[in-house]
Each structure stands twice: as C-alpha cells, then as structure tokens.
Write a protein that binds this ligand. Sequence first.
Ligand code: GBH
Length: 490
Amino acid sequence: DPERDRLLYGHFPPNFTWATATAAYQVEGAWDEDGKGPSIWDTYSHQDGRIYNNHNGDVACDSYHKINEDVEMLKSLNVTHYRFSISWPRVFPEGVPSMKNMNEKGMQYYQDLVNALIAANIEPMVTLYHWDLPQTFQDTGGWENDIVAVYFAQYADLCFKQLGDRVKLWITFNEPKVVASGYGGARKAPGLGHQSTGVYRVTHNILKAHAKAWHVYDDKYRKNQGGQVGITLNCDWAIPASESEADRDAADRALQFGLGWFAHPIFVGDYPDVMKKQVLEKSRAQGLTSSRLPIFNEDEINTIRGTADFLGLNHYTSQMIAHHNSELMPSSYSSDQDILGWHDENWPKCGVSWLRPVPWGIRQLLKWIKEEYGDPAVFITESGIAEKSDVEPMLNDTWRMQYYTAYINEVLKAYILDDVDVRGYTAWSLMDNFEWADGYLSRFGLHYVDFNDPARPRTPKASAEIFADIVRNNGFPNPQILSKSSKYLS
Ligand code: GBH
C-alpha cells in the first residue's frame, strides 16, 4: 500500500464532528451524593483486590462538581462536541425508571452540563450506558435477565424526554462486548465467570435493549427533536498472519466475532453466519444439544435490523491473527473463534499492554466497515493512548502527539481516498481518569489530573495543543501552510 506511511494533506468535511470523550463512572465521583444509587462499578471497585491498589471511582476527577473546569478544557481544545455518559443510578437510584422515581438532583447535573456546553457552543454527544448498571438490577441477574432490556428502553425514553431538546446525538451502549466480558471472567464489573454462555446471553439482551431504545426515539421523539441514535462498538483491526486461506479466514472471524456480533444484527440482520456455525459446531462437539449462542426469532431479527442512525467506533489498536484449533474445553467466547491474536513486536509499546499504535489499521477497519455494512455513517467515538503513572513522562507526551496525528491522518485517508462516510473523530480522553481495573495507574488524558490533590487540578499535556491545532485546521493544511501537527508525520 503506497499511501500507508505517507502524509496526506487535506481537510475533513466542514461539519465534521471533533470531540473528546469521558464516561460517568470514570470522571464524575460523587458516588453516593444527592441521592445517587450504587452501580455495579461502585460495588465492584469497593471489593478488595478487584482494582489496582484498590482504587475506586468515589471521587475520580470530581467532575460532578467541576462543570466549569471541564467546559473550559473543552473550549481550549476547539472541539465541536463533548461525548459523556449518563449514570443510570444517578438519575434513577433504584434502577426502575419513571418520572416518580427520578432523582431530580442527579438529573439536574446533566441539565447543567448540557446547558453549559451549549452556552460554550459545544454540542453534547450522550452515551446512555457506559457500564454502570444500577446494582439493584444486578441482584436479579443484570444483563443476563432480559427484563433489563425493557427497563433500559424506559430509561432511554426519559433521558430523551428530559434532554433531547438539546442533545442531538445519542449512543445507546458503549462497547457491549466489554459489558459482556464482565460476565465472562474479564477484570470488569460485575466480575462473574459465566464465560461460555453468559457473554452471549448478555449481548443478546443488550441488542434487544438497544433496538427498543432506538424505536422509542423513532416513534416518539425523532420528529420533534430531529436527532440521531447509534451504538458504539469497539474493534481492533485484524491482520492475517500469513497469506494462507486459513489465516485470512481467521482474521475475518476475528472481525465477525469482534464487530459483526453486534453490527451484523443491526446493519444486516441476525448474527454473522460464521459465528452461528462456529458456536453451534463447538456446542455440539461439547455434548450440548443446542448452540450456546441464543437464537433470534424472525420478529426479533426484523426489530433489530436498521436500528442505528450511525455506527460509533472505538478503535485503539490492531492485532495479527492466525488460525488456531482451540481446545474444546473449557468453552469460551475466545476459544469459539479458533484464532490466535498477538501484537507484532515492531509496533511501539505504551502504558497498557493491550494497546500498540498501528495507525494504518484504523483506515483498513473503516474500509472494511464500509464494504461489509453498506456504507453507514461512522463516528469514531474513542481513540487514544496511555502512559503509566509512575514511569512515563507526564506532560511532555510526544508519543500521544504522534498517535493522534498519525491516526487522524489515516482517518483522513479513509475519507478522501476511500470515500468512507466518516463523520467525526473523538479522542479518549479529555483528561486522565479512573481507568477501570487499572485504577489511576494508566493515563489516557489530553489533560493531566493530579489525583493526590483534593482539588483534582487539570493541566494540559503537550498533546492537547497539537490536538487543538488539528481541530482548528479541520485536518491537515497543505504543505504551504504547515500546521503544528504536521511535524509529527514523517
Ligand atoms: C475503552 O475500551 C473504554 O470505552 C473506555 O472506557 C476506556 O477508558 C478506554 O477504552 C481505555 O481503556 O486488560 O488485556 O484484558 C477500549 C476497549 C476492551 C480495551 C477491553 C482493553 C481489556 C484488555 N478495551 N480491553 S485486557
């Protein structure tokens, strides 16, 4: 690919969406203030040994009390949008949503945040679910219990009703794959080990919940509010380890299990064929009479198909993928795929082991999505890189400048050279925050946060200036008018 390592000068479309993202549990703090109910992440973080150094999100960045500070940071980055999430148990402490059950003070925080953003000419992009399920629902099975899908639609309905006059971009779920992993043995709430069946039941219900929420918007709000509702999926690009057919099929399976699991039901209808075949065959070989992957009936297939006005994509890294005959037992989402994935040793490292920058991977994935799902509108809803608190340089984060410059330039190639309908780019994250099982050890922010200081001061890292420069230029000006960011492209 001759374009791969070359810099492309050019601009994104005039209405391109530039954003940074956060999530409620990772930044808000105030975990039990003003009537907020506990979420599964409060419960999980408060258990001994779950999180690095037993950190938790009790205070986090204290964003619940720092609307002005957060908006000032956003202004300094020139962004057009801010992606944040609503904490379900902050607005409905018992989980069950109704106007009667609404926690006025909790909802007021989001009202104030939305108003402050709009006053600053920054549009909100709101995620309804970034992993913090009300604990009350977990006590009856959480996402493995299909009634939660019904409650989710009611929750979405009331959020549209309260905020939809000003919020025009809604994301139902952030990374359902990761939500499910919390039931399948990953270091995520609720921390269960229901690996081989739990993960599939969870996502089955999340797909139903997503579709219900989209239909609520479509039926009740779209006409008057005129917004869009999508879903955010995370996926690494999959590079076949060799030219062999087996490895190319394996890379395709990685994408079908990784992205197709959700994108296929939503953009095409039903789970990907290869996933249905693979899990059924494995299940039979294991002695089960039916597949561990649940089955959608015709009605469900039709209700879920077509329920995304856009695809949100969280993309950080790529993997080499080879075919691998997994052991039959124990069964898991991972072994169901019959693949082996790894990072090429030449890719640079960063502060988290799962992430190595491969800028050209984002362009390949965007092209794949365009072809596979009929050219949907795509917003990159997260992308970024981390340093480790104690080891790496904090403010002079040259490698983050390189990361954003190179990744965004590859997104530009997807737009200009491949004609991908990419609508926006979002940096993860506005500031360092509670990085789930890593606690405050891994830092993804464009702003440094001092977690030892009760005031949680925010300081721009060097990358903040470069990101703001790219945003101000809406891309990469031509060689005659070099932008600051261009020097990070070789
Ligand atoms: C995003 O997930 C999340 O949406 C965001 O909240 C988070 O802060 C951000 O990434 C940075 O991590 O530890 O080896 O088991 C990105 C997808 C999926 C990447 C789970 C890390 C765990 C790998 N993530 N994965 S490992």
